[in-house]
Design a protein around this ligand. Sequence first.
Ligand code: SAH
Length: 401
Amino acid sequence: MNSPALQFAPLRLRKHEARRLRQGHAWVFSNEIDTRCTPLQAFEPGAAVTIEDDRGKVLGTGYVNPHSLIAARLVSRSAQHPWGRSLIRHRLNVALALRERLFAEPFYRCVYAESDGLPGLVVDRFDDILVVQITTAGMECFKEDVVEALQGLLRPRVIVFRNDSPIRMLEGLERYVETAQGTPPETLEVREHGLNFHAPLLSGQKTGWFFDQADNRRDLERWVKDARVLDLFSYVGGWGVQAAVRGAAHVLSIDESATATAYVRENAEINAVAERVEAKTLNAFEALKQLRDEQQQFDVIVVDPPALIKRKKDYAKGVQAYERLNELAMKLLARDGILISCSCSQHLPRAELVGLLNRRARHLDRSLQILSQRFQSVDHPIHPAMPETDYLKVIFTRVFR
Ligand code: SAH
């Protein structure tokens, strides 16, 4: 950067703390700031800043939040295009261009935060309905501009903010759900791989649909032909209903939310597989024990839980939960059964998931073959310098005696 964006106050880093940013990362932690030179308390949450190294050399522009452990995010490295409204517009354009190239139909994650150069912003597109999540004070300051830019770019009928994520609390932000445009219907309509699904819009999980698993569900057909399938943590049936359509003999979907299982039944109806899909409202751990007592067996089991390790300090307990869950699932597998084991916990490394699956198999005196290892879908690109953006692990295994 040649000349600093003069209108922004400087945020000075301590010696050696510019390295990660120079390597491409976007976060500045609060202990990396030279607070004698630029006291954090002097900033309003979300204020735009020019981030500079310990000698005053400008690294770029972004925003600050004195209340957050991630005290600042570097958004732009270019003096010509500093953080702000026109940069947001430009980055939205770039993000959309990728999706338009990849998808024949307008159902996808349109913006994936840091990976699309828009930290604190997620936008999911369901045709003419946009579901937006803002998770940082810096992005919250530009809420109106985000709405305007999306309107200009996509001409949506409805824009809803699902700003109810618990991570907003880390930024000192309130949690709310709000309609920014139009009248949101109760139910979202989603298309995935030629199938139609319904999902709850205002009361659903996250933005209403898990686009991150779409690529991984694409080739279900090769795994589920004539199979008895168990879909654990089914939500509205993304895996299970699709398995039935792709030829499964029978699918049992389990979710503890009655809303979710009602939608599984509805989605089975819509896709004309209701007679092969059963949905039960149960705690997954309880269900696994119950099915074991009933001596039920399955040829394919999908284990796709919510993040069981939410914070680093929950690591040991979380690993235990993954172990318990996967062992219980393995016990229900028929001969040569397929276990599709997923983890969306960013704190659980891929190798550790593989390791724990192997441990549980060994404990049961079974062997594992890893058949396929997958990531989040292509509309959730991974930022090469930010491991935090690489979170979803999906391991297809065969478990045999
Ligand atoms: N597999 C889904 C996404 C799962 S989201 C898909 O591909 O669309 C996690 C789901 O797990 C939510 O629907 C939530 O209601 C459910 N859930 C969370 N804890 C649970 C538990 N202990 N037992 C059963 N379901 C649970």
